[in-house]
Design a protein around this ligand. Sequence first.
Ligand code: FES
Length: 106
Amino acid sequence: MTTVTFINADGEERKATGKPGLSVMQLAVDEGIDSIVAECGGGCACATCHCYVDERWTDVVGPPNEFEDEMLDGTACERRENSRLSCQISLTEEMDGLIVHLPEEQ
Ligand code: FES
């Protein structure tokens, strides 16, 4: 199992645990973390599941693919170096302890 810490724009932390293969978006939605909207349900078509991967974890998580990269240009909050769409991050065992920061709006 993989535990992820979500930190919202107010600095509130929530931890959630999911099986490898589950997306970070789905984990957040299942936990009722409302900073993740996920309008398209994980289809990489809405950019309302935007998150910032903690800088200590960007190497483990890796970069977005080309399609996600284009979608990231349409996020409500500023895009940063560590921006990802959380529906495109599949949990792995190596991500246990992952920290993601959530933007103020989606
Ligand atoms: S849920 Fe729509 S892009 Fe991630």
